[in-house]
Write a protein that binds this ligand. Sequence first.
Ligand code: CS2
Ligand code: MN
Length: 356
Amino acid sequence: MEMTLRWYGSKFDSVTLEQIRQIPGVTGVITTLYGTEPGEVWKREEIRKMKQEVEKAGLRLSGIESVNVHEAIKAGLPERDKYIENYCETLKNLGEEDIHFVCYNFMPVFDWTRTELVRKREDGSTVLAYNQKTVDALKPEEMFDSIGKDTNGFVMPGWEPERLQKVKELFALYQGMDEETLFDNLQYFLEKIMPVCDRYNINMGIHPDDPAWSVFGLPRIIINKENILKVMKMVDNPHNGVTFCTGSFGTNRNNDLPDMIRSLKGRIHFAHIRNLRFHSVEDFEEAAHLSSDGSFDMYEIVKAFYESGFDGSIRPDHGRMIWGEEAMPGYGLYDRALGATYISGLWEAIKKSETS
Ligand code: CS2
Ligand code: MN
């Protein structure tokens, strides 16, 4: 297991590599080439520059989150082949620069969805939160406004303003699409990229849909145990793996997280660990990582990773905003650093009790 932090690059992140390096136990970062559009080929020189910057700070570039999948691939449009070719070219360039892990998602139109980015908690900290009734009362384009206004001036990945202009067009692509078709489109994509992954030893990790159910009537498939196992089987290659995000799969209270982690043994290449506090099944907020602050048993979750021999990277997912920090919502330094050391502590304790 390697402990990492997500880093948005020196142009976009308020957190520096020097700060990340001082978090005990954190040895790597997960990053991406911000500013590239889905469908674009990543150039080797740019990948190399990014990697050198990270390594110069004494950290490892542990993987990419994300190489985004072009909407034509998800929607199965005729031009998808061109974009899949570009995706393969990007994977090849990453492989040649000795980068062997890539996270992506297969959610139509939207990445993660929250209704509040600064919900105030009783201790004065603020967190991202979700309320289904609020979503039900919104039009998709209004979602961009509500996400856009609370971001502390940061552009939220997945909610770039360019997407707003296209939101209606994008919705039209998925009109009437059922889940089976989305599975087929994912299978088509995976089958085409696996030879490159085999050749360059690249592990792909699909990120679950967040929240793990359909929003605004769009089809969503990476939502539960049955569906994720189906994806593993339909392209049965260890390079076809999962980014197991506890906060995303965990939005659905029927998902038994430790059981899912165990059932995906050998196929989880990356872990996002975060805790949620539920007020009802339709209203939750992102808590501190500790079990005592939310609704998940973090000890059981980390134990399931440990016992299934997980050897990929872990990153503490979203944290609270605390101590007056100004950063991208969910991605401040302080609470994620607390999360990283807490998860490392659980890991150490589990490891020692297993071997004693
Ligand atoms: C992340 C996702 O910030 C987050 O919630 O977990 O945006 C994640 O990076 C993407 O869905 C993966 O492609
Ligand atoms: Mn996640």
